[in-house]
Design a protein. Structure first.
Length: 692
C-alpha cells in the first residue's frame, strides 16, 4: 500500500458520450475523492452526480468480494463463498464438457458495463473465439443508429463537440443531455448565452426540453417523417447548398423525389404536431450553415430507428452545414478512433475463420434464445451463458421471458459482477470483478474526440479481479497455450490502438498513461470537403450497399410496430405509447443500488398527461398498473403535461429487486427489432394504465 496522498489519472468507464477524464485522490491506499480533470477540454473539472460519488460505488457495503456458488433455487440469490480455485475449476470443467458436444451451446453476454477496451472485449473475446462459442450481436443500445450512420456517412463520425459553442441553431433531437451528456449541455448553454437558439425534439418535455427555446413534442417513432418534411421545405424553397450537394453527396435526385412524399401537412398528421411548426423549423435550419444537430439514441428505439437516423443525418449535407466547424451533426464520434478491434479480439482464433462462423445470437432477443429448445435452424439449445459488463434480467426487453430463460435449472450461468444484481441472482457461479478504480484500461469516446487512459488508483477490493485477468485464468484452466492468452493488461492497451495511424498523431500507450488523455488529430470541420468514409467518399443519400442488400436505399419513415395509427386494433386495448428514458441519477441499470442516488430518484413513477389521467380516474400520486400482453408493473402516477397526450413516460431503469413490486419497464417492452441494425424497440410499445 502506498502511503501519503497522491492523484491518479483515470477515465470514467460508463456508457455515456462524455467519457470524462478523472483525477482520483488516494490517501494511504484508499480512494477518497473522484473529480473531473480541470484541464481536459470537455470534462473541465465537472462530473455528473453519479460519477462524482464513484467512491460510494467502489466501497459499497454490498460489493462482491469473493467467488460465490449457488445453494438455492435460481432467482433466489442464495450463495456460499468458494475459492477462486474451485470456481475456475468448475467453470472450466462445465464449459469444456459443453463445448465437446457443441461450443455454440455456450453464449457470452456482455455490453457496456465498462466501455474500456481492455476490460470490455479483449481477453474475453479471445476466450470465446478460441472456444468457438456462439457470437453475440451487441445491439441493445446503439446499433440501429450506428447502422444508419454507416450507410450515410460510412462510420460513426460527426461534429467535434467543442464547436457547438459557435452554432447559431442547435437541434437537440431524441436526447436529454442534462441527464445523459452534461458536458454537451454545458457547451449548448454557452452557445445559448452567445445567441444560439436551442430546439428540443422529443415526445417528452424533459429537463432539457424545459430549458430550450422551443420544444417540439412529436409522437414516438415519427422522427423520420419530420426530417423528410424538413427536406421537402428545404428543397422546394431552395434552401440547399447546390455546390456541396453536387460535389460531396450521392443520390440527390432520388432523395428529392422521396422528400416530395412528405409534405408538411402529411408529416404533421404522422407526427402529431402543427404543419407550420415543421415549416418554420426547416426555414430556420436552412438559414445558416452554423446549424448543428445533437442526435441521440432515444429516437432510434422504434421499428424505423435506422432509417430515422439516416433521414436526420442527411440534413446537414443538404444545407452545406458541414462546411463550418459549428455546423453538422453529432450522434457518435467513436468511428474516428483508430482502434484495432482485430488485434484486441483476435477473431482469427475462431475455428474455421473466416469462412465458417458460429451462429450469432442477438442480445436483444436473449429471452427467446434462452427459451428456445434448439433445432436445425436455430442451432443447439443454449446450455451456458457467461455474463459480464451487463445485467440482462433487468435491461433486456420482455423481461418476464428473460427471467424465465435464466431460471432454467439446466442452464449453467456464470456472472462477473460488482454487486448481486438481478442477473447475478440466477447465476450458478458469481465472480467478483474490479471497478474502474482498481484496474487498468484505455478508452475511446463517442461524444468527443480524445483517447483516455485509466490507471488503477487502488488495489482490488477483497478477492476481486479484473475481467481480463479472469479470462486469462480461465484460458489457462482450459489448457490453451497460445501466447495471446498471456498478454498483460498493459500489452492489451498497447495493442488496442493503431498508434501509427495519423489520427493517433504519433502517440503511444506509455505517453497516454502518463498524460491521461490525448486529442485525436482531426480537422475542425471534418467533412467540409467531403471525404466521408463511405465507398464513394461522399454523403450517401442513396446507398448502393443498401440496395444490394435488398433494403430501401433512400431514407424513409417506417411506421412503428405499435401505435394508434399503425396498429389500431392493438391500440383499442392498449391506447397509450410508453417510452422509458433514463432517470437522471441512473445509468442503464448502473448506480441503482447506490443508496443516495436511488433515494434521489425515489420510486418508480409514470408521467401521464392530465387528459389521459382524467379519462382513467387517475389522481396525482396514485399507484397505477401499467400493462399489455407482455407483462405488467406498478408505478406512482405523476399527472403532468410534460408527457404529451397519448404518451406515458416511465423514467428507468430500476433493478427489479429494488422496485416495490419486483418489476421494471422492461416487463412491457418487446423483443421485436429495428429496421436496420437488429436493435431493440424499447420505445415502440403500447400499454394501458389503470388505477390501483
Amino acid at each position: 500500500m502506498t502511503s501519503g496522498t497522491h492523484v491518479v489519472r483515470a477515465a470514467c468507464p460508463h456508457d455515456c458520450p462524455d467519457t470524462c477524464a478523472l483525477h482520483v485522490t488516494v490517501e494511504n491506499g484508499v480512494a477518497i475523492k473522484v473529480q473531473g480533470d480541470p484541464e481536459h477540454p470537455t470534462t473541465k473539472g465537472v462530473l455528473c452526480t453519479k460519477v462524482a460519488r464513484y467512491t460510494e460505488r467502489t466501497y459499497h457495503p454490498d460489493r462482491l468480494l469473493h467467488p460465490l456458488k449457488r445453494i438455492g433455487a435460481k432467482g433466489e440469490g442464495r450463495f456460499k463463498p468458494i475459492s477462486w480455485e474451485e470456481a475456475l475449476d468448475e467453470i472450466a470443467a462445465r464449459l469444456g464438457e459443453i463445448s465437446a458436444r457443441d461450443p455454440q451451446a455456450i453464449v457470452p453476454y456482455s455490453y457496456a458495463g465498462t466501455m474500456g477496451l481492455v476490460q470490455g472485449e479483449s481477453m474475453a473475446a479471445r476466450f470465446f473465439h478460441k472456444l468457438g462459442a456462439s457470437l453475440l450481436d451487441r445491439t441493445i443500445c446503439a446499433s440501429a443508429g450506428a447502422t444508419g450512420l454507416r450507410y450515410t456517412y460510412g462510420a460513426s463520425v460527426g461534429m467535434q463537440v467543442e464547436h457547438f459553442v459557435d452554432s447559431k441553431l442547435i437541434l437537440i433531437w431524441g436526447s436529454n443531455p442534462i441527464t445523459s451528456s452534461v458536458h454537451f449541455w454545458a457547451i449548448a448553454q454557452e452557445a445559448k448565452r452567445r445567441g444560439a437558439k436551442l430546439v428540443a425534439i422529443d415526445p417528452y418535455r424533459s429537463l432539457t426540453a424545459e430549458k430550450c427555446h422551443q420544444h417540439i413534442a412529436l409522437l414516438p417513432g415519427t422522427d423520420a417523417a419530420l426530417a423528410l418534411a424538413m427536406m421537402h421545405v428545404l428543397i422546394n424553397e431552395d434552401l440547399v447548398d447546390h455546390e456541396y450537394i453536387a460535389r460531396h453527396t450521392v443520390g440527390f435526385a432520388q432523395l428529392k423525389e422521396r422528400a416530395q412524399r412528405y409534405s408538411p401537412a402529411r408529416a404533421a398528421e404522422i407526427c402529431g404536431i402543427p404543419a407550420q411548426t415543421i415549416i418554420a423549423l426547416a426555414r430556420e435550419y436552412g438559414a445558416t450553415r452554423q446549424s448543428a444537430i445533437r442526435l441521440n439514441y432515444g429516437m432510434q428505439r422504434a421499428k424505423g430507428g435506422g432509417q430515422a437516423t439516416r433521414a436526420v443525418a442527411c440534413l446537414p449535407a443538404l444545407t452545406g452545414a458541414w462546411r463550418d466547424p459549428a455546423g453538422g451533426l453529432l450522434m457518435s464520434t467513436s468511428g474516428f478512433a483508430p482502434v484495432d478491434n482485430a488485434a484486441l479480439g483476435r477473431p482469427d482464433l475462431l475455428p474455421g475463420w473466416p469462412q465458417r462462423l458460429p451462429r450469432t445470437i442477438n442480445m436483444s432477443t436473449i429471452g427467446d434464445a434462452l427459451c428456445h429448445p434448439g433445432d436445425a435452424e436455430f442451432g443447439p439449445k443454449v446450455e451456458a451463458v457467461v455474463v459480464y459488463n451487463s445485467n440482462p434480467v433487468a435491461v433486456a426487453p420482455e423481461s418476464g421471458k428473460v427471467a424465465k430463460g435464466f431460471g432454467r435449472e439446466d442452464l449453467f450461468t456464470v456472472v462477473l459482477e460488482h454487486f448481486q444484481t438481478d442477473t447475478a441472482d440466477y447465476a450458478d457461479i458469481v465472480l467478483p470483478a474490479t471497478t474502474q478504480l482498481e484496474h487498468l484500461d484505455i478508452h475511446k469516446a463517442y461524444g468527443h474526440t480524445y483517447l483516455l487512459a485509466n490507471n488503477p488508483a487502488i488495489a482490488p477490493m477483497g478477492e476481486a479481479k479484473p475481467n481480463a485477468e479472469i479470462f486469462r485464468l480461465l484460458a489457462d484452466r482450459m489448457g490453451w497455450q497460445e501466447a495471446c492468452f498471456k498478454d498483460s493488461d498493459d500489452q492489451l492497451a498497447e495493442q488496442a490502438v493503431r498508434w501509427d495511424d495519423s489520427r493517433a498523431a504519433g502517440g503511444s500507450w506509455a505517453q497516454l498513461k502518463q498524460d491521461g488523455w490525448k486529442a485525436l488529430n482531426l480537422p475542425d470541420a471534418p467533412f467540409a470537403q467531403g471525404n466521408f468514409p463511405t465507398p464513394s467518399g461522399k454523403c450517401e443519400f442513396y446507398s448502393e450497399r443498401m440496395a444490394q442488400a435488398g433494403l430501401d436505399p433512400l431514407p424513409d419513415w417506417v411506421p412503428p410496430y405499435e401505435s394508434v395509427a399503425s396498429n389500431p386494433v392493438l391500440a383499442e386495448r392498449f391506447p397509450l405509447a410508453m417510452i422509458s428514458p433514463p432517470a437522471r441519477n441512473f445509468l442503464n441499470s448502473s448506480f441503482v443500488n447506490v443508496d443516495s442516488l436511488r433515494k434521489s430518484v425515489g420510486e418508480p413513477t409514470l408521467d401521464i398527461h392530465p387528459d389521459d389521467a382524467r379519462m382513467r380516474g387517475i389522481a396525482e400520486g396514485q399507484m397505477v398498473r401499467v400493462f399489455n400482453e407482455r407483462g405488467t408493473l406498478n408505478a406512482k402516477a405523476h399527472v403532468t403535461d410534460k408527457a404529451r397526450e397519448g404518451v406515458v413516460v416511465g423514467l428507468s431503469l430500476w433493478w427489479k429487486k429494488l422496485a416495490p413490486d419486483g418489476k421494471n419497464a422492461n416487463e412491457v417492452t418487446s423483443q421485436r427489432l429495428t429496421d436496420l441494425g437488429n436493435a431493440p424497440t424499447f420505445y415502440d410499445c403500447l400499454v394501458e394504465v389503470a388505477a390501483l
